[in-house]
Design a protein. Structure first.
Length: 229
């Protein structure tokens, strides 16, 4: 009855262009109509780029933390991102934090983390999807996905698949207001007994939103897909 995280989605103003940016930056492959970007080794979660994204008016509720094996690798990732159309941005970071904050061509923030980060060791190129959220929403996603909590301290939480890979993290209070639809969202694929799985998600604190979208306890949108027959 447990759904699986099948993709991380972006509502984009230019889905094709943004898919091209992330495919080139990560060295991943494009499939389907070109707006799905998948890791070539099967490790990691595909990225899905959908239309309908509005011009950015606020900082995203979630962003990627990209890992670096060495200081040179961090510099190379930043340089490649800038060449592909990213730009440096200031979200209040300090030089001592050791990470570089950029925005992709559609304005979505992401961080290139310095080498030697122990929390993101052995996670993959997308080390974390770092989210603005409450402790309760971290608990919700742990139960919803069947993933253990790998961090739960001072109302900050993180979960990770038992198989490893990208972590999902929530920073705890204060949580920024959410005035409109998030640009980044989780896509779940339901098990064969889809209705039972949906009932379970609702019992854990999810809500039905408009147009078939669901909302987690913090009001963040996520989508569900039924498993292929």
């Amino acid at each position: 009855m447990t759904p699986r995280l099948s993709a991380i989605g972006f509502h984009a103003t230019d889905p094709d262009g943004l898919a091209g940016f992330w495919a080139a930056l990560l060295g991943w492959e494009r499939s389907g109509d070109g707006t799905l970007v998948v890791p070539p080794d099967g490790k990691g979660y595909p990225l899905r780029f959908t239309g309908g994204g509005q011009p950015k008016t606020r900082q995203n509720q979630a962003h990627f933390d990209l890992t670096s094996a060495t200081p040179e690798a961090q510099r190379d990732t930043v340089a490649r991102a800038l060449e592909l159309g990213a730009r440096h941005i200031d979200v209040g970071q300090t030089p001592e934090e050791g990470h570089i904050v950029l925005a992709d061509p559609d304005g979505n923030e992401f961080c290139v983390i310095g080498a030697g980060n122990k929390f993101l060791a052995d996670t993959g190129v997308i080390g974390a999807v770092s989210c603005d959220g409450t402790q309760a929403v971290g608990y919700f996603w742990s139960e919803a996905l069947g993933w253990p909590l790998v961090w739960d301290q001072d109302e900050e939480t993180a979960v990770q698949s038992p198989e490893g890979g990208t972590k999902l993290t929530w920073g705890g209070p204060p949580v920024a207001p959410k005035p409109d639809v998030n640009r980044l969202y989780f896509e779940l694929t339901l098990p064969p007994d889809a209705e039972t799985a949906i009932t379970r998600l609702l019992g854990l604190g999810a809500r039905r939103g408009p147009d078939g979208v669901f909302l987690d306890p913090d009001g963040n949108e996520f989508t569900v897909r039924r498993a292929a027959e």
